[in-house]
Design a protein around this ligand. Sequence first.
Ligand SMILES: Cc1cc2nc3c(=O)[nH]c(=O)nc-3n(C[C@H](O)[C@H](O)[C@H](O)COP(=O)(O)OP(=O)(O)OC[C@H]3O[C@@H](n4cnc5c(N)ncnc54)[C@H](O)[C@@H]3O)c2cc1C
Length: 385
Amino acid sequence: MAAALSASEQKKDILVLESAPRVGRKLLATGNGRCNLINMLDAPYYGDAGFAKQVLDACNRADVLAFFHGLGLVTREEGGGRVYPGSGQAASVLDVMRKALDRRGVAILCDGKVQRITRQKNGFRVTAGENSYDGKKVIVACGGMAGGKLGHDGGAYALLTAFGHTLKQPLPALTPLLADKKVIKGLSGLRLPAILTLCDGEKPVSRAAGEVLFTDYGVSGICAMQLSADVHRAKKPILYADFSPMMGLVPCLYERLPVGDVYENLDKVQRLLKDRSSLLPREEVLCGLLPRLLSEKMQGLTGQQLAKMLCAFAIPITGLRGFEYAQVTRGGVNTRDFDAHTMESALQKGLYAAGEILNVDGDCGGYNLLFAFASGILAGKAAAQ
Ligand SMILES: Cc1cc2nc3c(=O)[nH]c(=O)nc-3n(C[C@H](O)[C@H](O)[C@H](O)COP(=O)(O)OP(=O)(O)OC[C@H]3O[C@@H](n4cnc5c(N)ncnc54)[C@H](O)[C@@H]3O)c2cc1C
């Protein structure tokens, strides 16, 4: 939609083909229905990170913000640089885009799953079901496999690989982690601020701070989901939860952190327990310090075991919840043969790609939509020349 809107500024004949019964269904599900559409802060991208940077240099955050303001959307920036529609509703983002497409005469055909794109003498033929459509230029913006029915089944990658583009294996990212159920037994429903370090055995792989949610199958919450794509990098993935932020020993941060020693806050936890134990019986210390589910789980431990559990509660990870529950795809079509300023294929002139179908993904917080919109705007502008 961003690509079509950007192209429509040049008054071209544009057709949007959408496989679903309606456009923008995933947009409505974003940000818990609030649509965190941009993040104003710098953060790393994954996959072809250098390409993502070039795209965001060519169409930066201010450009994407101006694009939406130009459509009449009022936006509001919240903590951590997260930008939402002022209305607090994802529907506002979809509505301003749809109304502008309509006003500018862009045709939209839903229930039109594209199966094939073939080169013709003067452009391309796009085949969707029984119908085919000819056009001079084609932009492929089919998204990724994340989000269950809101994503595609992997077939859309063939639209680009058919022209010689290569694929980095798609994996679910920003998805909850499955854990050893014996270890987390009794904690389901517990939501608290923590620092999570994902290790391969003993070796730290990645780390994030934020809200963690224990479930009956494992660990969820943005903080845990941020680490999910790194689980594939560990042969023996173990998640260490440090509850120091919940105990007020360190600030409650909501961000990725540089990897560090899992027992970093052990001294602080030991000191806190020692101070409190000198005033109160153990049971009362735990009762006033920890949520009930956690304090019940910690009953009967020695002082040393308790301190270790509170700063490095080891949770063996058994897998990921998969694409159905994932917010984004790690992997996708390699960007090596695309121009980051125009999103045009170097292998096939007139063919463009944008968004999550490419091998670029970002953290939670507006980075994925930002990349999708920025690359779409660039592709639309270039294709309309
Ligand atoms: C639950 C959830 C919450 C999220 N929250 C956020 C958030 O708050 N902030 C953020 O930045 N990111 C968020 N994301 C990620 C973000 O939504 C995606 O990265 C982004 O939508 C990708 O944009 P896109 O245009 O590339 O793909 P999409 O938005 O997926 O759009 C691609 C469209 O192409 C259609 N399509 C697919 N295959 C075909 C085909 N063969 N023919 C025709 N049409 C086809 C699809 O139906 C879809 O409508 C969230 C994702 C999920 C699942």
